[in-house]
Design a protein around this ligand. Structure first.
Ligand code: ZN
Length: 153
């Protein structure tokens, strides 16, 4: 008999593979405010992330990429989780997600993380951290390069 833990792991593995095979928000935006390209040379993963803002809110997000299941599934789940959120909300989700990857067990059951919880197992695979965090690193760069509202002349 598989233990409940094994069953949960199987569900999470299916979720990861589903995001890898059918990435959400895949593609490019017509008028992105920011476009970021990052690579993880350790694994050959690449992410190109495009963000469009409406004031403080991430109105639209798309990504293109290639690489391992963890890197691409993480990007897909990230875009799904963050579209329509404010910058403050995005930074909070990013903080909890990073804590989860570093072994925070409370974060691993945090409903705010949604499908992203399926990456909790990466906490036991330190060499894959860079894979799971690649899209989030691109996101942090994108947020820092985000154009701030121009004052009217
Ligand atoms: Zn990878």
């Amino acid at each position: 008999m598989p233990s409940p833990d094994d069953a949960l792991t199987a569900v999470y593995r299916d979720l990861l593979l589903d995001h890898f095979r059918r990435p959400r928000n895949s593609g490019a935006l017509e008028h992105p405010d920011v476009a970021v390209h990052q690579r993880n040379p350790l694994c050959g993963d690449e992410i190109e992330l495009q963000l469009a803002f409406d004031g403080d809110v991430l109105r639209d997000v798309r990504f293109r990429g290639q690489g391992c299941t963890i890197s691409q599934a993480s990007a897909s789940m990230m875009t799904q989780r963050l579209q329509g959120k404010s910058v403050a909300e995005i930074e909070e989700v990013a903080r909890r997600f990073t804590a989860m990857l570093h072994g925070d067990r409370e974060a691993a059951v945090d409903p705010a993380l949604g499908d992203l919880r399926s990456l909790a197992g990466v906490a036991r695979l330190p060499v894959r951290l860079r894979c799971a965090l690649l899209a989030w690193s691109a996101l942090a760069q994108g947020l820092s390069e985000r154009p701030v509202d121009q004052k009217p002349e």
